[in-house]
Design a protein around this ligand. Structure first.
Ligand SMILES: Nc1ncnc2c1ncn2[C@@H]1O[C@H](COP(=O)(O)OP(=O)(O)OP(=O)(O)O)[C@@H](O)[C@H]1O
Ligand SMILES: [K+]
Ligand SMILES: [Mg+2]
Length: 704
């Protein structure tokens, strides 16, 4: 039997995503709402969330009051100068607001194109969880978690859910962009369906698993929008640092005032004006990074969405940038995952037909794709009629990842099929023996990369069923790329060692763990984390859920079970196990962008210090005039040029904040050195050129 699913190109989504990003950066449709958004964000409760910019916000209000006083005749400095400083400070606040609003708008626009697939449709709500229970038509937006719906050929799925009955081919191109239809069925790892996709043939009975407005996409959009955005640990640490810097400069500026008053009386000069003091403070505090910080985070989420990954935790995106180990489930993640029975290998002295019959009996109630394929193969090869469960009067033993067996107890017979080691224990516990020839058959099947299931009746081992699976295309090269990024890949599987070794070699992972129960997967992750490593996990099955919940970055395949998706903190809509490459790159880019702009911001402030400080105090200490190294037109023009530069640099860096600093696999040390050079030195030099140019422009305009 051949496998109908086609491997998808792991490269497609990410590369198209990138070109889209560039084209839409300054899309006019996004600019207008962003301008409106910048004004709305002037509300104090919005400003308060960003301590550095809040200081600028207070400074804007304060200079506005000073302007009012100046106009009323209580001049602190020339009214035109006070007015220009006040306007520039308000613009600084607005520019930072604009950066954040633009980043949000872009991410929301991307989400909207995905959400368009989730349009309101009529749902066939079933009165009971049976296909023939009778339907009533309701709007998909009225469906609640737990409702059961019937979806037939041509229908659009009204929401996210779990298939509880039926099998159908589903067109998921609206979500994944992949045109080949996929099979969705109850039981096993292919039972989860996404709202907005379309059933092409047959029917499904689906239990809805999300409340309206709580689907993954909705959760991601909420995270992008200010209301529910929480700062990540790294962001908090950086904010604390920026606040500390701000407080230092605030105290410095506040103490400068009485000092300058005292010095002025002694020297006969005039003290520094309050307007100049506020301008000085704003120039010195780290407004560049303070103004762009949240835009960087939102833009990172947007880039992830463009790579067709929905994240439900900002912390996970950040952790992705530092991942050390990637654990991957085998079946359905590294392989296509619909393991199909292809061969019966009987034990010596057993008829192949007898093995097939017992294997079929043990699979009649087994709803997994493996179980169903055994029933089908037995029917094809030996024309074995599918006996019904009722006819048999047996008690079925469902498959579990702990026992790694399934079967039936009927009329004094206990028939089981399962992993070889599990069946061996089952036989030996009853005093039976596991034949040497069957061990050899198990090894032969496993060595080819297929999964052997051993079939047993009481203590008599009947033989082996071969389950074939296919490694997804292009995966080897991608694992090599992860290695270059410094990430170790480990395959974890419930399958036996030989199968695991064969698939591990074919896929090119660095290491593997075989015969792993869900607990063993969890233990492995805890051990890696205890050793101080950040762990990413990619999985699709219900038995992967505990491990996904424990991993720092947990990417669930969209094709996987609802349990896996709920436990993870990201869902890959393309169900591509190597998507982690893009996720890691996006995480690294976000961390690097933040680092680069922090470096730039602080270097910038140091340079501004030299431009503005002599100008601010020349009235008090005329000797400081000698320090006017940049030959700026006048002290007032120097101060104005510095605040204007300080505001404009935020706008100039918005594209970098949104697009991110490019990541190329390299050692952390080299990356750091390059970034320090570019952003540290760049940050130190640009203000000199920028302030001088603005000063010249102010003179030309006759302002200074
Ligand atoms: N339906 C079934 N009935 C009996 N035994 C099964 C069945 N499905 C799987 N097994 C056995 O149990 C083992 C573990 O199950 P499974 O492969 O689902 O585990 P897993 O941890 O999810 O690993 P993987 O990475 O391969 O998905 C399989 O290798 C196989 O030997
Ligand atoms: K500044
Ligand atoms: Mg699995």
């Amino acid at each position: 039997m051949d496998i109908k699913q086609t491997p998808q190109s792991p490269l497609s989504s990410a590369s198209t995503g990138r070109s889209m990003a560039r084209a839409s950066l300054l899309d006019a449709r996004l600019l207008r709402p962003a301008v409106a958004g910048s004004l709305l964000r002037l509300a104090p409760q919005a400003q308060w969330k960003n301590p550095v910019m809040f200081v600028v916000y207070l400074g804007s209000m304060f200079t506005t009051v000073l302007l009012g006083l100046a106009l009323a005749g209580h001049a602190d400095a020339p009214p035109a100068f006070v007015a220009l400083v006040a306007v520039t400070l308000w613009l600084t606040v607005l520019f930072a607001n604009f950066a954040e609003a633009l980043a949000e708008g872009r991410s929301r626009a991307q989400a909207a194109s995905l959400r368009a697939a989730k349009k309101n449709v009529a749902a066939k709500k079933l009165r009971a969880p049976r296909r023939d229970a009778g339907v009533e038509l309701v709007a998909s937006t009225d469906l609640r978690k737990g409702d059961v719906v019937l979806v037939e050929a041509g229908d659009t799925l009204p929401g996210d859910g779990e298939v509880i009955d039926g099998i159908a081919s589903v067109d998921e191109s609206a979500i994944t962009g992949e045109s080949a239809p996929v099979i969705r069925e109850s039981g096993g790892d292919f039972s989860s369906v996404t709202g907005g996709t379309r059933v092409l043939s047959d029917w499904l009975v689906v239990r809805i698993t999300t409340q309206p407005g709580e689907a993954f996409l909705d959760r991601m959009i909420a995270m992008v929008e200010g209301a529910s955005r929480k700062k990540t640990p790294n962001e908090i640490a950086l904010t604390v640092f920026l606040v500390a810097l701000t407080i230092v400069f605030l105290l410095a500026c506040v103490t400068l005032y009485p000092f300058s008053v005292y010095a002025a009386t002694a020297s006969g000069g005039s003290p520094v004006s309050l307007t100049v003091l506020v301008a000085l403070l704003v120039c010195l505090i780290p407004t560049t990074i303070g103004g762009l910080l949240s835009a960087i985070g939102v833009a990172g989420m947007g880039r992830l969405l463009r790579a067709n990954v929905i994240a439900t935790s900002g912390r996970a995106i950040e952790a992705a940038g530092d991942v050390d180990v990637l654990l991957l489930d085998k079946t359905g993640t590294i392989t296509l995952g619909n393991r199909q029975a292809t061969r019966f290998v009987p034990a010596p002295g057993v008829e192949e037909g007898a093995l097939a019959s017992a294997a079929q009996l043990a699979s009649l109630a087994d709803e997994t794709p493996e179980g169903r394929s055994i029933v089908v193969l037995a029917k094809q090869r030996f024309n074995l009629r599918e006996r019904t469960v009722g006819e048999l009067k047996g008690e079925f033993v469902p498959f579990s990842a702990q026992t790694r067996m399934s079967g039936v107890d009927t009329g004094g017979q206990r028939i089981r099929k399962g992993a070889a080691d599990a069946v061996r224990r089952f036989v030996e516990a009853q005093g039976g023996a596991f034949p040497e020839a069957v061990s050899a058959a198990v090894d032969a099947v496993a060595r080819s990369g297929a999964t052997p299931l051993v079939v047993v009746e009481n203590t008599r081992v009947l033989g082996v069923v071969e389950l074939k699976d296919i490694v997804k295309g292009g995966i080897r090269e991608r694992f090599a790329e992860l290695r270059r990024m410094g990430i170790r890949t480990v395959m974890v599987t419930g399958d036996n060692r030989l199968t695991a070794a064969a698939i591990a070699a074919e896929a090119g992972v660095d290491d593997f763990l075989a015969e792993a129960t869900p607990e063993a997967k969890l233990t492995l992750i805890r051990r890696e984390q205890a050793a101080g490593r950040l762990v990413a996990m990619t999985g699709d099955g219900t038995n992967d859920a505990p491990a996904l919940a424990q991993a720092d970055v947990a990417v669930a395949m969209n094709s996987g079970t609802q349990a896996a998706k709920e436990a993870g903190n990201m869902v890959d809509l393309d169900s591509n196990p190597t998507k982690l490459i893009e996720i890691v790159a996006i995480g690294k880019e976000m961390l690097m962008t933040r680092g680069a702009l922090t470096t730039f911001s602080i270097a910038n402030d140091v340079a501004k210090y030299f431009a503005i400080l002599p100008a601010a105090f020349v009235a008090t200490y005329p000797q400081l005039g000698a320090l006017n190294l940049m030959h700026l037109a006048s002290p007032q023009s120097a101060i104005l040029s510095a605040v204007i530069f300080n505001a404009l640099i935020i706008v100039a860096l918005i594209p970098l904040a949104l697009r991110g600093v490019r990541y190329r696999p390299d050692t952390a040390e080299k990356l750091l050195r390059r970034n320090l050079l570019v952003y540290g030195l760049g940050g130190l030099l640009t203000p000199f050129a920028g302030i001088k140019l603005i000063d010249l422009a102010l003179v030309a305009l006759g302002v200074a």
